[in-house]
Write a protein that binds this ligand. Structure first.
Ligand code: UDP
Ligand code: MG
Length: 310
């Protein structure tokens, strides 16, 4: 199998026929063997019954027991995909199936992951485009990747990239960063973006908070997931230092100015920083025990090998 296309759908009853039709035509035109995996993420409208009526060769419908969210739906598709290249796209017709050949060309050039860039985004400017621009620059800054558009679902992956991914929360937008962290060679190309005609967007402005929290987590994991003590230990030393400085200050004012230690608020700060320092160090040690359990109990490796030549 050359290409697997994974599409998460949640309440997209009026989009599904047109989408699969357009997609099937675009894929047939490539002349490559392909499959379409539609993941019905617990839709409560007629999406499932409409999907059942569609008979396109090579199309599989994976139906989730309830609405798990876009990231788990994409993961379910990944787990069932058989293609050498896996393409993800939205099920609301906002991504254009005719961009897929362009993505595949880049994969053929040797990239492991090609991201779509919705240069002319057709979404609400204030609620979507502006927050997304802010999020994109913050993500790029914190994860040290250089893409314009992390939120675009239209992406193509080599199989190996997908196999090593474990995504939680809203993390599908961080796949490029995680892939880079796994050593992948990534690029982006401009893709077409169309306004949503049928159905409603599933996200509001509150997604900003979720994405921000996930970003903090991914930034932490990308740097410290195999060495948590360096993060917590570092903060612990800082806290210890602040405690020591407070202590010196308290002692100084006592000895040279005769001020009462108990009446000095710096004494409370000294104790506070000391306790926080001890706590942080303990969390660091617990983290170290945790990662050992994680890697050793599952026989996971802390590295990835590209190839071995003998
Ligand atoms: N989606 C999903 N599960 C969810 C939310 C969304 O499978 O819980 C799908 C949705 O049907 C669509 C894609 O994810 O195919 C992107 O969602 P949407 O168009 O609402 O997001 P936006 O384009 O507005 O960012
Ligand atoms: Mg959309």
């Amino acid at each position: 199998m050359d290409i697997s296309v994974v599409i998460p759908v949640y309440n997209e009853e009026d989009n599904i026929e047109e989408l699969t039709d357009e997609l099937s035509k675009a894929l047939s035109a490539t002349g490559k063997s392909h499959e379409i995996l539609v993941v019905n993420d617990g839709s409560t409208d007629n999406t499932q019954s409409r999907l059942k009526k569609i008979h396109i060769p090579g199309m599989t419908v994976i139906s989730m027991t309830r609405n798990f969210g876009q990231t788990p739906a994409i993961m379910a598709g990944f787990h069932h995909a058989k293609g050498d290249v896996i393409v993800t796209m939205d099920g609301d017709l906002q991504n254009d199936p005719n961009d897929i050949p362009k993505l595949l060309e880049k994969i053929d050039e040797g990239y492991d992951l090609v991201c779509g860039w919705r240069k002319e985004r057709k979404d609400n400017f204030f609620l979507r485009t502006i927050p997304s621009m802010a999020a994109n620059s913050l993500i790029g800054l914190m994860l040290k990747t250089n893409l314009h558009d992390y939120g675009c679902t239209l992406k193509a992956f080599k199989r190996a990239i997908v196999q090593n991914l474990n995504l939680y929360g809203e993390m599908h937008r961080f796949i490029p960063a995680i892939a880079v962290w796994h050593g992948a060679n990534i690029t982006e190309i401009e893709v077409n973006h169309r306004p949503r005609i049928h159905g409603k967007t599933k996200y509001g402005i509150n997604r900003v908070i979720r994405v921000f929290l996930d970003l903090l987590l991914v930034a932490f994991l990308s740097e410290y997931s195999t060495k948590p003590i360096r993060f917590f230990g570092g903060l612990s030393i800082l806290s210890g230092l602040l405690s020591f400085i407070s202590l010196v200050f308290v002692a100084f004012t006592k000895i040279f100015k005769g001020e009462d230690m108990t009446g000095n608020p710096m004494l409370i700060l000294c104790v506070l920083f000391f306790l926080v320092g001890v706590q942080l160090l303990s969390i660091g040690f617990l983290g170290e025990i945790n990662i050992r359990t994680y890697y050793e109990s599952q026989n996971k490796k802390t590295y990835l090998i590209k190839e071995i030549i003998v």
